[in-house]
Design a protein around this ligand. Structure first.
Ligand SMILES: NC(=O)c1ccc[n+]([C@@H]2O[C@H](COP(=O)([O-])OP(=O)(O)OC[C@H]3O[C@@H](n4cnc5c(N)ncnc54)[C@H](OP(=O)(O)O)[C@@H]3O)[C@@H](O)[C@H]2O)c1
Length: 300
């Protein structure tokens, strides 16, 4: 098969593409950074992910399955989440025009057209575009990814390592059910070869409260800190101040809202196998040693 994976030089797309290359498939990528170092040694050819429909149609000719990881975590200038919804539509249209047969689309757990949060209504709109395309599809809905190159879990560890206290928005009793990036990649590969249309949550087996998770990370990396419950606004303010120093957007208001509304847990049985605790025990020396910057990843 010929398979296109968006973002094969970035995070989850790289793990998905790696599995497909190892299976001997012909893999190409659409990326906003075609000149980044190619981790596949040239085995994965890069095309621009620039949302020019005609250009993307040309790039996708001959592709059987498109695996789409594209999304933007927060608005920056004209690169907004509503724009990312339009961009996703263009990508889906281009796939259809190019003769792609199936789309494996990475969404998020608990998307909703009624959500006041652009991340969640945007993801619902994207799913609709995929389903209404008439192409065969699988939609995978992860919660929060971890596994070495992630942002959230790594940066929680980073702040625990560097600051004497950790601010928890609210009481920290809301849930978080992380999924390992390799488990998401396994589900994506399974979805590439399936012929069924389906929408599933892609979450790991552990469900913690946010406070429990931060506590576990702190204990395991040897940075046990007092966890102080503060009003969400104060936690966000602190995150904004720190953002100035790390030159990033550490946390967005909608991420805090989504987290506190229990949107990072699934109502379905877990499909990921990796236990967060095991991974943390194996990797504690490296987690959070360096800050993971979203801005550096996508705008540098
Ligand atoms: N990471 C998580 O914890 C998490 C949790 C739940 C759901 N998800 C979903 O899983 C999917 C993959 O996430 P990921 O973390 O693996 O993403 P990623 O690899 O960092 O990025 C995926 C793709 O989106 C593009 N992209 C990301 N931010 C962009 C921006 N600001 N402007 C333009 N293009 C941008 C990337 O472009 P380049 O190719 O140029 O890098 C790449 O092609 C996304 O749909 C995300 O919403 C992720």
């Amino acid at each position: 098969m010929k398979i296109a994976v968006t973002g094969a030089f970035s995070y989850s797309g790289k793990y998905i593409a790696r599995r497909l290359v190892e299976r001997g498939e012909q893999v190409i990528t659409l990326t906003g950074h075609p000149n980044r170092p190619n981790p596949f040694g040239g085995k994965v050819k890069a095309y621009p992910l620039n949302f020019d429909e005609a250009g993307m149609t040309q790039s996708l000719r001959g592709v059987d399955v498109l695996v789409n990881t594209y999304w933007v975590r927060f608005d920056k200038g004209e690169n907004t989440q509503p724009r990312a919804v339009e961009n996703t539509r263009k990508l889906v249209h281009a796939a259809k025009a190019a003769g792609v047969k199936r789309i494996v689309h990475i969404s998020i757990a608990n998307p909703s057209a009624d959500s006041p949060l652009p991340y969640y209504w945007g993801k619902a709109a994207n799913e609709k575009a995929v389903i209404e395309s008439g192409l065969s599809y699988a939609i995978l809905r992860p919660t929060v990814l971890y596994g070495g190159e992630d942002v959230l879990i790594n940066n929680i560890a980073f702040f625990l390592r560097r600051f004497p206290v950790f601010f928890i928005p609210g009481d920290g009793s809301y849930g978080i059910q992380p999924v390992h990036v390799e488990d998401l990649a396994d589900l994506a590969v399974e979805a590439v070869y399936s012929r069924e249309n389906y929408v599933i949550d892609a979450v790991g087996p552990d469900r913690y409260t946010f406070k429990e998770l931060v506590q576990l990370v702190g204990e395991t990396i040897g940075a046990r800190r007092p966890l102080i419950s503060v009003p969400p606004r104060l936690a966000l303010f602190a995150a904004q101040v720190i953002s100035l120093f790390v030159r990033d957007v550490v946390l967005t208001p909608e991420e805090v809202e989504g987290l506190m509304a229990n949107l990072l847990v699934s109502k379905e049985p877990p499909r990921g196998k990796t236990l967060f605790k095991d991974w943390l025990n194996d990797n504690w020396k490296n987690v959070g040693v360096r800050y993971a910057s979203e801005l550096k990843r996508h705008y540098a």
